[in-house]
Write a protein that binds this ligand. Sequence first.
Ligand code: NAD
Ligand code: UFG
Length: 340
Amino acid sequence: MVIVTGGTGYIGSHTCVELINNGYDVVVLDNLSNSDESVLNSIEEITGKRPQFFKVDIDNAEQLALVFNKIGSQAESIIHFAAKKAVGESVNEPLLYYRNNLDSLMNILVEMERFQIPNLVFSSSCTVYGQPDVCPVTEATPRKEAESPYGNTKSMCEDIIRDTSRVQQLKAISLRYFNPIGAHESAKIGELPVGVPNNLVPFVTQTAAGIRKELTIFGDDYDTIDGTCVRDYIHVVDLAKAHLRALRKLEVETRQNSYDIFNIGTGKGSSVLEVVNAFKKATGISVNYKIGSRRNGDITAVYADTTKANTELNWKSELGLEEALRSSWNWERNYRKIRA
Ligand code: NAD
Ligand code: UFG
């Protein structure tokens, strides 16, 4: 059995679908602070199976222990998605982020030791690279001072896992996600941003849907192909599949203490203007945009070298930018229709 923390969230829900479709028994833990319980219905509609669910604050050790008393002895693996992830909010409320993200991970590690659960996959982020001196970045590229408390929690969590795996019977992998976008092809699950989206793709789809008047592109004077920032946009379904490969690697790993890190991206950088143009190609919709000033904390460019994941996880991204954007748009339309 696999415990998926944050399993009703964006990436977690897509991973639950892939796990169930590949025969895994899935139990979801989430406090629904940034997701909705109805996601479980959608997972059931897609896969024909409803994961068992516990509503629990993972940062609360006592609450978590009660849940593990019920399920811990059946678990072989944990995929730990649960975390707060809003970069701007983390700047204003650092303690909220340190407490939630660090305590949650440490509570999970305590329960893993208590129930001798060997395998952990952790959600890290390319934010740990900051603005790298050279792109693409490999896992050996030095981490840099994070731009935000959120980013710091990812670096710190990686270190906590590394140190714990040296002394506890723990096999662990951190996946450093680049920029996840897109939605399941059924358009039954996807990203649900609360309020005005901070991220590019939800802003683009909401502008296309007429909810926002226009997209502001944050700066066109960067040293890139067209002056706008470059990121590595990875389809969430490809990303979800990477978790299965990571899990399989841990399942066959014979060392009792192991820790590894993998970049999960496409290996291709795309500028903001390229995303806007790809959206037009994918959907036929031209999104209104204007060029605004740079956003604080944005880096110029980051994209992944994925050789390590390609060779050691036998994983490769398969879906392209246009496919991802089309799926985001289908999700946006389906979601609005459902709520209309
Ligand atoms: P999300 O907010 O959709 O999902 C996270 C889930 O965790 C939510 O359902 C939320 O309710 C839950 N959660 C948060 N704190 C909790 C707690 N204390 N107890 C129980 N549940 C809790 O986010 P996502 O985009 O699916 O991200 C999943 C993971 O991937 C996070 O760790 C995030 O930091 C990481 N990540 C995300 C991105 C991205 O751009 N989406 C990029 C890199 C890394
Ligand atoms: N952008 C705009 N206009 C917008 C929104 C974004 O021009 O309205 C630009 C940004 O300036 C940036 C690019 O689009 O150049 C992508 O921005 P996002 O906010 O979508 O993504 P970021 O790369 O800033 O950060 C995201 C998550 C972080 C995570 C990081 C790496 O928000 O939490 O990806 O995974 F750490």
